[in-house]
Ligand binder design. Structure first.
Ligand code: CP
Ligand code: NVA
Length: 306
C-alpha cells in the first residue's frame, strides 16, 4: 500500500519533524547550487480542478530538481467530469505515475482517489485541507524562530482549509494556535473534536476578538476571506470580516518581534493592508519559496516508501 498525504494526519509527529529536517537540508544544498538527484526518472502527475500558482509550479520545479519530470492535467481533462469512473482514472493514472498531486473542491474526492491509486497521492488543496501549505509554514516558522514548540500562531480570518491544516500542524508540533474568527465562520465542531481526540494536548483556540487574539502572537497569519469556490459570497464575507483585517494596529498588539504570514494569493486592502504584507517583518515570500523545499522533502519521503 502506498503512503499518501491526504491530510497531515497521514504523518506521525516524528515523521513530520524528520521531513522538516530534510527540507531544511535540501534548502541549504539548493542555496549552495546542489540539487541531489534523489528521484531520477520519476513521474509526478498533477490533477487540478482549481487554479494554482505556487502549489502546481513548486511541485513541478521540485520533481525536476530531483531528477524527475511532471505532467499536468485538469480533472476535466482526466475525465473526472463523468467520462470515466474515479476508480478507473485513479487506476490508470497511477499505473504510469510515481506520485500524484490533486487539487479539488471535495476532500472526499482526494480520499477516494487515494484508495484506488497504486502510487502516493498528495492533497494539493481541497475545501477542507491544505497540508502542503502547513508544511511550508512549519519550515518557515522553524527557520525564523529556531524551534516550533511553544510558538504562538494566531490566524485572523476564516476557519478554512488553511486554518484547519495549521491547527493540525500546531497540535502535531506543540505550538499554540488561536483562530480569531467572526461568528458563523469558525472551524467546524466535528473537526475540533477529532483533532483533540487524536492530539489530546492540542493547544487550539477560537476567539472572536482579533486584537485580544494577537496579544501574545509570535506569528500573525491571514488568508483571503472568500476561498476558491466561494466567489459569490465575496460581498457577504467582506461585511462579515470587516473587523478582521490584519493592519498595523493589529500587528502592534502582537509580540514585539511578531512576524506576518499569508499563504497567498493576497488581497491588499481586504484581509491585509499593503504596509503589513510588504513590511520587513512579513515572511510571505519565504513561505512561498519554501513550498519548493518542503515538497521536495515530501516527494522524497513518500516515494522512498513506495
Ligand atoms: N498558497 C497556495 O496554495 O497558492 P496557489 O493557490 O497559488 O497554489
Ligand atoms: N483558502 C484559500 C487558500 C488558497 C491557497 C482557498 O482555498 O482559495
Amino acid at each position: 500500500m502506498p503512503r499518501h498525504l491526504t491530510s497531515l494526519y497521514d504523518l506521525t509527529p516524528d515523521e513530520l519533524q524528520a521531513l522538516l529536517a530534510t527540507a531544511a537540508d535540501l534548502k541549504s544544498k539548493y542555496k549552495a547550487g546542489d540539487r541531489p538527484q534523489l528521484l531520477p526518472g520519476r513521474v509526478l502527475a498533477q490533477l487540478f480542478e482549481k487554479p494554482s500558482l505556487r502549489t502546481r509550479n513548486s511541485f513541478e520545479a521540485a520533481i525536476v530538481n530531483l531528477g524527475g519530470s511532471g505532467i499536468f492535467l485538469t480533472t476535466a481533462e482526466a475525465g473526472l467530469n463523468g467520462r470515466e469512473s474515479l476508480k478507473d482514472v485513479a487506476t490508470v493514472l497511477s499505473s504510469f505515475s510515481d506520485v500524484i498531486t490533486m487539487r479539488t473542491f471535495s476532500q472526499q474526492l482526494i480520499d477516494q482517489f487515494a484508495k484506488f491509486s497504486s502510487c502516493p497521492v498528495i492533497n494539493a488543496l481541497s475545501d477542507e485541507r491544505h497540508p502542503c501549505q502547513a508544511l511550508t509554514d512549519l519550515l518557515t516558522i522553524q527557520e525564523t524562530r529556531g524551534e516550533l514548540q511553544g510558538a504562538h500562531l494566531v490566524f485572523v480570518g476564516d476557519g478554512n482549509n488553511v486554518a484547519m491544516s495549521l491547527a493540525i500542524a500546531a497540535a502535531m508540533t506543540d505550538m499554540k494556535f488561536t483562530l480569531a474568527v467572526p461568528s458563523g465562520y469558525e472551524m467546524p465542531a466535528d473537526f475540533l473534536s477529532d483533532l483533540t481526540t487524536r492530539y489530546p494536548k492540542a493547544d487550539v483556540h477560537q476567539v472572536s476578538d482579533p486584537k485580544q487574539a494577537v496579544a501574545s502572537a509570535d506569528f500573525v497569519y491571514t488568508d483571503v476571506w472568500a476561498s476558491m469556490g466561494q466567489e459569490e459570497e465575496q460581498k457577504l464575507r467582506e461585511k462579515a470580516f470587516a473587523e478582521y483585517q490584519v493592519n498595523s494596529a493589529v500587528m502592534q498588539q502582537a509580540n514585539k518581534d511578531a512576524l506576518f504570514m499569508h499563504c497567498l494569493p493576497a488581497h491588499r486592502g481586504e484581509e491585509v493592508t499593503a504596509d503589513v504584507i510588504d513590511a520587513t517583518d512579513s515572511v510571505v515570500w519565504d513561505e512561498a519559496e519554501n513550498r519548493l523545499h518542503a515538497q521536495k522533502a515530501l516527494l522524497e519521503f513518500l516515494m522512498a516508501k513506495k
